[in-house]
Every structure is written in C-alpha cells, then in structure tokens.
Design a protein around this ligand. Structure first.
Ligand code: URA
Length: 261
C-alpha cells in the first residue's frame, strides 16, 4: 500500500495529473493502435488550399477547411456548440473530458478570450472557473462587471494535456469556431487575455507587453471590424502578482473605450 502511495506521489511530482484510461495499453504491441483521426472530408482539388508539404500540414489544412464549412452552417450559438461537440478534427478532443464552449451573456458588449481550458474547466465544462477564473471574476468586479455581463471563451475548447501551450495546428483547426462565436455574439469590444488569444486573432508575434494599451482591430470573416484590447492572462498574474496593477490600467482603458463607442 505504501509502495502504491509512493508511486502515485512520484507521478504527481513528475507532473502527471490526468488518467487517460482505466487500463494501461501497450500501443506498440497493438496492431490497431487507436490514434485520434481528424474528421477529414476529401475535397475536390479546386477547393483545396495551397499544397501543403507535410502530412501534418495537409491534415491541418483539410481539418481547417472542414471546420470553416461547419462553422458557416451555425446560425446561433446553440447550433455552433452542437457542431463543435460533434467535430472530431482536433486530437485534443480525445484526451479532454469536456468540450468547453463559451459562457455568459450571448449579447454581451465585452467578449473575453483566454487560451484553453485548464484542469478545473475540463472537469466542470465551463471556461475560467478555476484559480485563473476566480482572479478574472475579481478583476471584472473591480471594473464594475461580473462574468454574467460578459461572454467568456477560449481559443481552444479542449484542454491540452498537462496545460501545455497549444500548437499552431491545434489553434488553426479550432480558430473557425472562435471566429464564428465572435460573429454570433457580436460584442462591442474584445478583451484578449494572454499571448495565445492575441496571436490567434491579431496574427501578431508581438508580446502582451508590446500589445497592451493599443486598441487593435480584429477583422471577422464577414468583414466586420471589432476593436480589441490585450492584457495579461490571469494565470500569469497568479505567478507574477506585481503586474496586477497593469491589468487595472487596462480595465480602465476598456471602460474608456466602451464609453466612447
Ligand atoms: N485559462 C484559460 O485560458 N482559460 C480558461 O478557461 C481557464 C484557464
């Protein structure tokens, strides 16, 4: 029994915090190793995007085109949520417990976008409900809002194992769902929390420190322009509390911008 406890402690120290299956499986021995197969639709050559060079790039391209086609069908947030729940083009879905869709006021003026669900969000199925979420709630309260006033979502709807940074291809495949969510909520302003959200929507390599304080336009698929402000992610603030004052300044900027609109 003590041995089992020691082994468990060792796994926790090594960063293992998820059980993927009830029984261990030897993928090398198995003839049919279960791999997460993106839901691919073979498109006529004319519809394909420019030729890709690697299998990953080709698979990502096909999954992105599929995701865009699927998202175009959604006329409401409920449609989009149902379509996302049946979408199998991103392998993260197969290691996650929940598909974490957006939460809050579907007609919100402020849409808040983070990176990806963490362990608590994956368990509960709602964005920003763990430690980062509690801090976000406090930030919103201090600025005169609560989470129900806003619409809160993430770039990715599935938790990357161990909270690792999402890969570019995971972001690319999931992005059409975020872009369509923005069109359907149609907020007045976007608040991008952290570098992943800014990089995904503003197509920039600039850091959050460089982006802060600037109102930058995000252009939706339908051509509509949404102003955005970028600020630090609450998870970063939990690690670096000295930066909290800067987020307060960013929230004042957000309020000023909304008041002008
Ligand atoms: N971090 C995020 O970016 N999103 C969440 O929902 C939770 C933590």
């Amino acid at each position: 029994m003590e041995d089992a406890q020691e082994i468990l402690n060792w796994y926790i120290l090594a960063g293992v915090d998820e059980l993927c299956a009830q029984t261990t499986q030897n993928f090398l021995a198995s003839e049919k190793a279960p791999t997460a197969q993106p839901q691919t639709k073979i498109l006529p050559t004319s519809e394909k995007t420019r030729p890709a060079t690697t299998l990953l790039a080709q698979t990502t391209n096909v999954a992105c085109v599929n995701a865009q086609d699927i998202c175009a069908q959604a006329q409401t947030l409920d449609d989009l949520k149902a379509l996302l729940e049946s979408f199998e083009g991103c392998a993260l879905k197969f290691s996650a417990n929940s598909t974490v869709f957006g939460y809050g006021n579907p007609h919100a003026e402020i849409m808040i976008i983070g990176e990806a669900p963490g362990a608590d969000e994956d368990r509960i199925g709602e964005p920003f409900v763990g430690r980062s979420g509690h801090l976000l709630d406090k930030i919103l309260q201090a600025a005169g809002y609560n989470r129900e006033d806003c619409y809160i979502t993430n770039v990715l709807p599935w938790r990357p194992p161990g909270n690792r940074t999402p890969t570019d291809s995971e972001v690319a495949v999931c992005l059409p769902f975020l872009r369509r969510q923005i069109e359907l909520v149609d907020p007045k302003i976007l608040l991008l929390l952290g570098g992943s959200a800014a990089k995904a929507l503003l197509n920039t390599a600039e850091s959050v420190s460089q982006l802060r304080g600037r109102v930058l336009d995000y252009i939706a698929q339908n051509g509509k322009v949404y102003p955005s402000l970028t600020s630090y992610h609450p998870a970063y603030l939990l690690r670096t509390p000295a930066q909290k004052g800067k987020v307060w300044i960013d929230m004042l900027r957000l309020n000023r911008k909304l008041a002008e609109m």
